[in-house]
Design a protein around this ligand. Structure first.
Ligand SMILES: Cc1cc2nc3c(=O)[nH]c(=O)nc-3n(C[C@H](O)[C@H](O)[C@H](O)COP(=O)(O)OP(=O)(O)OC[C@H]3O[C@@H](n4cnc5c(N)ncnc54)[C@H](O)[C@@H]3O)c2cc1C
Length: 402
């Protein structure tokens, strides 16, 4: 949509093909239906939050950055607000308003929008783009074509990865596709017991276990997470998943959850002592209610090796130390990520080596451009992926209109 608007406003006659009966089906579910449209930060920070090929977007961000995104929407009367972590959302908390703003601007720019029209194949003659075939094999001729078919995750939104096929058919390299920003599956015996437990203000560290058995810290996040029937999910898990998915190719990964990150080891030990004195005649299983969520208690006690019916006044110092260590570093062994279709973002895509960073044009086919998630670029959560799509869309649109 951004590419079509940019091309039309630069003077081109533009047709936008959308396979769905409405525009922006994925956009409408972003940010839990609120749409974190960008991050109010500098271009340098945008690049820093796009660890996979972020530098390739230097030129795109220098021409259309988050300030331009904010201006694009506010100038159309859509009010935006900035939340924690400089994440920008519509004031209405309604992603549908972002889609409506695009629809309005497409109309103003004179873009002809075709619904239920699925691009089937690109037509290329002598290294120059000639047009696009639709799903009835009708060829529409064009001087330039922008492929912005998205990634391959959440296929129900229309992003089924068609563009990767078009790109490969005409000789482009598509790097390996894999999930990024995705829930993680764990191999643990307590999954059923903790399923549905949601935790706030926890700290999670992700470690890669090296071949010599040593552990390398991959990343650390503080915030909200969730236990599910398959493993772990929630905002900080999605953020960690970026590095975890890549590390799982190299070896095994363990997450360590600190349930009480505000307390030092000594403070947590004292807190346990206080609770144990208060409930001195109870069994250990009944003494942790004030410290931990109910479902977590039997799991923690089992993992500590302490008998659930051991009276609190018989707990040894060593046993208490084991409990403190578990509460500060509860291990979750990750087996694999959830499948690509459940990922927020598809990592991999059309190789940046074959694209010009100035306008996202193909170096192999004249008149062909790519924009958005189809390109081998992906970032963290925080509005960076939509900003990357908008910036690449903008420069591809201008480039295609030339
Ligand atoms: C649940 C969820 C939440 C997210 N939240 C955020 C967030 O808050 N902030 C953020 O920055 N990012 C977020 N993302 C990521 C972000 O939505 C994507 O990176 C972004 O939408 C990519 O934009 P795009 O235009 O490249 O692709 P898409 O938004 O996927 O759009 C591609 C469009 O092309 C159409 N299409 C596909 N194939 C064809 C074809 N053959 N012919 C015609 N049309 C076709 C599709 O129907 C679709 O409408 C989220 C993703 C998900 C799944």
């Amino acid at each position: 949509m951004k590419a079509a608007i940019a091309a039309a406003e630069a003077g081109a006659k533009v047709s936008l093909w959308e396979r769905n009966s409405s525009l922006g089906k994925k956009l409408a579910i972003t940010g839990k239906g609120r749409c974190n449209i960008t991050n109010d930060c500098s271009s340098r920070e945008l690049i820093g939050n796009i660890p996979n090929n972020g530098l390739f977007l230097h030129s795109a961000f220098s021409r259309f950055d988050s300030a331009d995104t904010i201006d694009f929407f506010t100038s159309q009367g859509l009010e935006l607000k900035t939340e924690r972590g400089r994440r920008v959302f519509p004031v209405s908390d309604n992603a549908g308003d972002i889609v409506s703003a695009f629809e309005k601007r497409l109309k103003q720019a004179g873009v002809s929008v075709f619904y239920n029209k699925r691009a089937q194949k690109l037509s290329v003659r002598d290294g120059v783009v000639y047009g696009v075939y639709d799903d009835k094999w009708h060829l529409e001729k064009a001087d330039a074509v922008i492929v912005a078919t998205g990634g391959k995750s959440y296929p129900g939104t229309g992003s089924t990865g068609d563009g990767y096929i078009f790109a490969e058919q005409i000789g482009h390299t598509v790097t390996a596709l894999y999930p990024s920003l995705v829930p993680l599956c764990a191999s643990e015996d307590w999954l059923d017991e903790l399923c549905g437990l949601s935790l706030k203000n926890v700290e999670v560290e992700a470690f890669l276990t090296e071949t010599d058995g040593s552990e390398k810290l991959l990343a650390k996040e503080f915030g909200e997470m969730l236990f599910t029937h398959f493993g772990v999910s929630g905002p900080i898990i999605l953020s960690l998943s970026y590095k975890v998915c890549r590390a799982l190719i190299l070896g095994s990964v363990v997450l360590k959850i600190n349930f009480k990150p505000a307390l030092t080891y000594e403070q947590l030990d004292q807190r346990l002592l206080r609770d144990f004195n208060k409930f001195s005649r109870k069994y250990i299983a009944n003494s942790l209610d004030e410290l931990l969520p109910k479902s977590l208690i039997p799991v923690i006690i089992r993992k500590s090796g302490i008998a659930t019916d051991k009276p609190v006044n018989q707990i040894t110092k060593d046993e208490r130390a084991k409990l403190v260590a578990l509460l500060m570093s509860f291990p979750v062994h990750i087996s694999h990520p959830r499948p690509l279709k459940e990922a927020i973002v598809t990592a991999g895509g059309v190789s940046i080596k074959e694209l010009s960073p100035k306008d996202m044009s193909s170096k192999l086919v004249r008149g062909l451009f790519f924009a958005g998630e189809i390109i081998d670029v992906d970032g963290y959560t925080g509005g960076y992926n939509l900003q990357a799509a908008l910036s690449t869309g903008y420069i591809a649109g201008i480039g295609a209109a030339k």
